[in-house]
Design a protein around this ligand. Structure first.
Ligand code: ATP
Ligand code: MG
Length: 362
């Protein structure tokens, strides 16, 4: 037998709602990939499943064990499903698990590739695969989701609530540098950065300044600027004119849901939460949430998770396997084996099995 190059330790956190359904699809496909003819013996993935989610919270009052960060640091990567349940307010569950991982592990770069997969349809008329091929880089550690602010006089007529956006020069510079490197690595070498610096005259103006400063180190990247409101219009009316997109935590959150919908479905879109310093493990997850309206029906689209698994393989340095996985996913889409959100009639399991079969043919 060939000697194994490496074994990667992966923490899987299926979480809530359709999270367990799509994560089990991801684990099944990744396991099949390491055993398929083309990639057999190249590397192994060693999964540990962590039952961190709302059930645990309802029983113990905590989403995670006390030492969860130390535990996570033992892994090479984290595969995450989703968190959120009708039985707990969303801001409790989001801060209890997802943000409790991303922020302390310094996963400051949230990367969201979006393109139209072959065989699928964009809701935009005349928009074919190739007409929409973007990477959204989202600042993932500060900004509007810094968690600072407060409320006083709660429930009274004159109640006051503040929600502070925190932008640091260091934080903006590092995400800008990251985005320029992403843009530089793509054929068109174009970066569009998004702010709202006409109305927000402090943090957003600093963003403009820092991005333009960083631009001097990347003379080969074509840079342009959009205000976030105008950006939504450009994404819909002129998708071809965009390539790599940089935006704040809140703006990119919104723009990437729009991007996923324009590419065909929120069910296909992947996310990588990266610590570019590689001191901590990075986390990979579909962009969709727990989708309780379809939980347990077996119809959740696994493609967002499979694409996230591919991004994880890229980050681990297994780029050939990462590309192979997406080739298999695209063949399955092209053959029309798709879930309802993409206009098909296949279930999660059929799509998963079809991808595994394609891996066998690589
Ligand atoms: P959250 O609050 O965690 O964002 P949510 O239920 O508000 O969760 P999403 O989970 O993102 O929002 O789902 C939005 C809609 O998209 C839902 O109606 C859901 O049915 C659909 N959807 C999301 N993910 C998928 C998927 N993987 N496959 C099919 N449909 C999906
Ligand atoms: Mg949502």
């Amino acid at each position: 037998a060939p000697t194994l190059k490496s074994t990667y330790k992966i923490a899987s956190i299926p979480g809530d709602g359709i999270g367990p359904e799509v994560i089990s699809a991801g684990v099944e496909v990744l396991t099949a990939l390491t055993k398929c003819k083309k990639f057999e013996g190249q590397f192994e993935l060693d999964f540990t499943h962590l039952d961190w989610g709302t059930d645990r919270y309802l029983k113990t009052g905590k989403y995670t064990p006390e030492d969860y960060l130390q535990q996570l640091k033992e892994y090479d990567a984290i595969l995450f499903g989703s968190v959120g349940s009708p039985s707990v307010p969303d801001h409790i569950s989001l801060w209890g698990l997802r943000l409790a991982i991303c922020q302390p592990l310094q996963q400051y770069a949230n990367v969201r590739p979006t393109r139209i997969l072959p065989g699928t349809k964009s809701p935009l008329a005349n928009c074919q695969p190739g007409d929409l091929d973007w990477v959204i880089v989202r600042e993932n550690s500060e900004g509007e989701y810094a968690g600072q602010g407060g409320r006083s006089h709660i429930g009274e007529e004159h109640e006051v609530a503040t929600e502070l956006s925190i932008f640091t020069r260091t934080g903006v510079r590092r995400i800008a540098q990251f985005a320029f490197m992403v843009a530089q690595g793509r054929p068109r070498k174009m970066l569009t950065y998004v702010t709202k610096s006409n109305a927000q005259r402090n943090g957003m103006v600093m963003w403009d300044e820092v991005v333009r400063e960083v631009a001097k180190d990347f003379p080969d990247v074509t840079l342009d600027h959009m205000l976030v409101d105008a950006m939504t219009v450009r994404m819909v009316l002129n998708p071809r004119s965009l390539d790599t997109i940089l935006a704040t935590n809140l703006h990119a959150d919104i723009l990437s849901d729009l991007a996923a919908a324009l590419a065909g479905s929120i069910g296909i879109a992947p996310t990588a939460n990266l610590d570019p310093s590689r001191k901590n493990p990075s986390m990979f997850e579909p962009i969709h949430g727990s989708a309780f309206d379809i939980t347990g029906l077996g119809v959740a689209n696994p493609v967002g998770t499979l694409w996230s698994c591919s991004e994880m393989l890229h980050w681990l340095g297994e780029s050939e396997a990462a590309v192979g996985l997406m080739v298999a996913v695209e063949k399955v889409c092209e053959a029309g084996i798709m879930t309802k959100d993409l206009g098909g009639s296949a279930g999660t399991k059929e799509v998963t099995q079809a991808v595994i079969e394609e891996l066998g043919k690589l």
